[in-house]
Design a protein around this ligand. Sequence first.
Ligand code: RIB
Ligand code: CA
Length: 306
Amino acid sequence: MLKTQKIPVIINCDTGIDDAVAIMIGVKSEKLDIKLITTDVGNVNTRQSAINTLNVLEILHAPEIPVVVGDGRCFVRERARFTAHGNNGLGGFELKNNPRKITEGDAVEEMYKTIMESEQKITIICISPTTNLARLFTEHADCIDKIEKVVVMAGSIEDIGENEMPYPEFNVSGDPEAGEVLLNSNVDIMIVPMEMGHTAYLDWKDVFDTKNLNNTGEILEKIYRSYKDRHVKNGIATHDGCAVAYLTNPELFEVSDVFAEIKYYDSIDTGVLVMDFDKSPNTKTCIKVNTQKFKKVYFKCLKKCD
Ligand code: RIB
Ligand code: CA
């Protein structure tokens, strides 16, 4: 695709293992003009997420993309964090002497500057808690008109939780107040819920094929060994990869209008995204993904790596 036809995006992430898959698809799809990557509180601290992101960009031989560390504090109050992504958020993967360095500055200010300076409206892909977005919309509401849409990996459609409670999907439960700001903003949102990454998961044959494809695949397979998802036992969930794939290949997904809100539960001391398809809609969500087509996109992008 001509560069002019590429979709200008900002990626907000907490790199993490499935974030790495998302960045690989985002870079190798050649359909996105990734202007900026910012990191949020999540799988690991924001600085480590930035280091992980730079390491992924380097092994992908990606174009130069500024990576700016997020503030690291939650929007309203600190929340317990956990990591399912190994000791450094990327299964322990480290790159010695990466020439790519963190771009110093304030993540939210860099988001604002990038959006305001862009001739085209910017699409934001959020594959982490939405703390940076909440600050952006609160401190710089004038940029909202220049945002095409926000594609956010968040929540779940079904009540896949336990004891009568929806599952506390991490990108929401990590900072639910920030999620509320996003939902209540006037920005067009496409939710990519957990069911997408649970459906289009990489099975062990896909992981074996990944390892044997090329050097990047070999690195990814090692990273995958640290990924734990309580709903996918026989493979690797692709939550964040699905969020990016929604933008690069929307034909893979079926979408629906939906009413979504954040509900708080004392028992888990955080909030959860709850969807209701019977109420008057306030946003949109993916409801189905074509797994085979997703895997084709994944391997087509991976084949472009070395
Ligand atoms: O619940 C899945 C989400 O939480 C993914 O974005 C994963 O990387 C973690 O951030
Ligand atoms: Ca993530």
